[in-house]
Ligand binder design. Sequence first.
Ligand code: HEC
Ligand code: HEC
Length: 349
Amino acid sequence: MNLSQQSRRRWVWPLAVSLGLLFMTNGCALFEDEQTAKGKKIYRHYCMHCHGESGKQGEGFNWDSLSNMEFPPPKDLSDSSMADSIADEDIFNAISRDMKDTTDQAVIDDIDYFGVATMPTFKYTLSEMEIWMLVRYVRSLHGGDFTFDVEGRRQQLESELESATQTLEAATQALEAAEAKRDAEVEAAEAAAEAAGDEDFEAEEIELPEEEVATQAAIKQNEAKLAFERFAKRPKMTVARPDLTVSDEERVQLEETGKHLYFNKYGCNSCHSIAGEGGLVGPVLDRAGFRLNATWVYKWLMYPQGIKKHTKMPNLGFTDQDARAVTAYLETLRAPKPDKSIAPVVSEE
Ligand code: HEC
Ligand code: HEC
């Protein structure tokens, strides 16, 4: 081997390695860019009206209505200090959580619970993966690094589902074996009774502990399955037609509860206005009691996406009871007709 060959060898490998690295990091960067771009698209559809195009305060068309409320308006998402002051998981939890009654002292005291009712949840509207894309995009607004291991999270959910499925299979087998054993014992006891001429014999009912174990395993497996599905897919639901008849007494109570929920739990006022106060994202609700049918309103609240797939109104994770109450409250909104009639944004289909 001559000298020039040797020196060639010396740089061929490092070159190949660095080219490979360049390719890999570039591939990663491409993937990251794509995820951020998707996050941006979702942000522009669901978040921009309140947070502004670049996350700056005062930018979104709904900002003024938010800053007029008793709750704090959003922080500046483009502020570089956010990079250190808030973790990826905190941003995730701000976007994906359950709405809680903010007049409840326990909720206010819960330091792990982010948020007031004026920031709606997207937990029931978007997939988990989409919410991580949003987090990535919010990071890009203030120039912070996104470090959460999304693929690791997917794998974790997948392996949790696998192990829950195995546990369920084992529990089902154990139950079947226990049932077979019990049936054999019962049969033997019956045969013995018959042989002894005991005609009144009745086998004792035996409760199998394996039954409860199998039931619990099935519940856990179902939860793991839902969690895994929700990672990649938006939550879907079917809403049964409700029977909304109530006594007059109950109605008064419901209306009051509904009004409370409207302002303090679900923060409907951050997007809708009544009597000139509230947000501008959704239609004015002054005359909702005249314009909208109660059954339709109930279904809309439970699952807006079931009626209008790409509506900007998020599914807020209503319980049946809460949806009944808020529906009853909306029925009371019967302001006189304004001079110019307001066209309904959503028509009954
Ligand atoms: C109806 C208006 C509204 C919409 C729509 C909205 N937000 Fe918010 N957001 C708020 C308000 C108000 C706060 C402040 C709440 C608080 O401080 O308790 C907030 C807070 C936040 C925060 C935490 C920063 C802070 O201020 O403490 C993040 C992150 C965030 N929003 C992201 C989003 C994303 C992403 C979307 C879209 C999926 C979104 N928001 C949609 C109103 C909104
Ligand atoms: C993030 C903003 C947002 C929040 C929060 C929100 N809405 Fe909406 N809402 C909308 C938008 C936007 C529409 C228009 C639907 C469409 O055409 O896609 C709408 C439509 C409606 C309609 C139908 C109105 C009509 O005239 O056709 C009702 C009723 C309604 N919302 C009630 C509520 C209630 C009650 C809450 C609280 C539980 C709430 N909304 C929370 C944005 C919001």
